[in-house]
Design a binder for this molecule. Structure first.
Ligand SMILES: NC(=[NH2+])NCCC[C@H](N)C(=O)O
Length: 299
């Protein structure tokens, strides 16, 4: 066959590999936790938003839940606030909460703007809107860390309504407690709670790490597919380090509560979402039920 013809066929091959996933995830809810470096770098940001709008336009129902930690820290510095810590944990006092809400609101609208510029209708809301996220005060090992909330209830109807009207919801993790006090929420926790409440097909975390490793010191041991029981075993054996531990706990919690698959992806890789969702092999770590069929059957 002519070389140029082969090149065209290779491109068609890529699209055909995506076909079963386009079929399988049609009209399915996919929660994307957007955070880390992919939020700071403008080019990466555009790639992420392109990916999510593509998911929407092929017929999936994506929901973005975003963080803003780095942007908040930047503004804390800019306005000359002194961050306060208790036992190494950052305390969210009233002034920090106020600033965090301002910054998250700004980040939220910039994401709406990007999505809209690609021709998809987006609505940005915080967990306050329609009381989407109800919280109670969270303590860290008994320590008071200020206005940090733990989700007690997700008002999923709001998101169902937006999806029904074909909007792409973009959620920032701020919630209200019973006294209507404002709280900051960890974005991973918010994404997980929303995915659970909506029985999402998928939950994807954009992180600053390639995925889960068998041996964190050996980059060749990236795990491609990880059933929950194995994930629990790795955690119990102490193989999972610092930042990954709560993340993995969230993943297991989501799977055990009805989410089919959770993906830990390296947000620093452009188009990581497309590469994970539309290929057999993926590029990150997919966490799944022990009995779940594996989509990828070797090379
Ligand atoms: N890290 C992996 N092994 N990923 C496999 C992904 C398979 C399929 N594309 C999915 O979205 O479920």
């Amino acid at each position: 066959m002519e070389k140029s013809m082969q090149k065209y066929l290779d491109k068609a091959e890529v699209l055909i590999e995506a076909l079963p996933y386009i079929q399988r995830f049609n009209r399915k809810i996919i929660v994307v936790k957007y955070g880390g470096s992919a939020m700071v770098d403008e080019t990466l940001k555009e790639r992420v938003i392109q990916d999510v709008t593509l998911l929407k336009l092929v017929g999936f129902k994506p929901i973005i839940v975003h963080g803003g930690g780095k942007e908040i820290s930047k503004w804390v510095g800019k306005v000359g606030m002194e961050p306060e810590f208790v036992n190494g944990l950052r305390v969210t006092d009233e002034a920090t909460m106020e600033l965090a809400e301002m910054v998250l609101g700004k980040v939220n609208k910039s994401l709406v703007q990007l999505v809209e510029s690609l021709g998809v209708r987006a609505i940005g809301i915080s967990g306050k809107d329609g009381k989407l996220l109800s919280v109670e005060k969270k303590y860290a090992d008994g320590e008071d860390i200020g206005f940090v909330g733990e989700i007690t209830h997700v008002n999923a109807d709001i998101l169902y309504d937006l999806l029904e009207k074909d909007f792409l919801p973009i959620v920032c993790p701020i919630g209200l407690d019973d006294a209507y006090q404002t709280y900051n929420i960890n974005a991973d926790d918010a994404a997980c709670a929303i995915a659970r409440a909506m029985k999402a097909e998928k939950l994807a975390f954009l992180t600053d790490i390639e995925g889960v490793y068998k041996d964190p010191d050996d980059p060749d041991t990236l795990i491609s597919e990880l059933p929950v029981t194995e994930a629990e075993a790795l955690m119990n054996q102490g193989y999972i380090g610092g930042g990954m531990l709560p993340k993995l706990q969230n993943c297991i919690d989501a799977i055990e509560n009805g989410v089919s698959r959770v993906h830990i992806l390296d947000g620093r890789i452009p188009h990581c979402l497309l590469l994970e969702i539309f290929t057999n092999k993926g590029i990150g770590t997919a966490i799944l039920n022990d009995t779940d069929e594996r989509y990828y059957q070797g090379e």
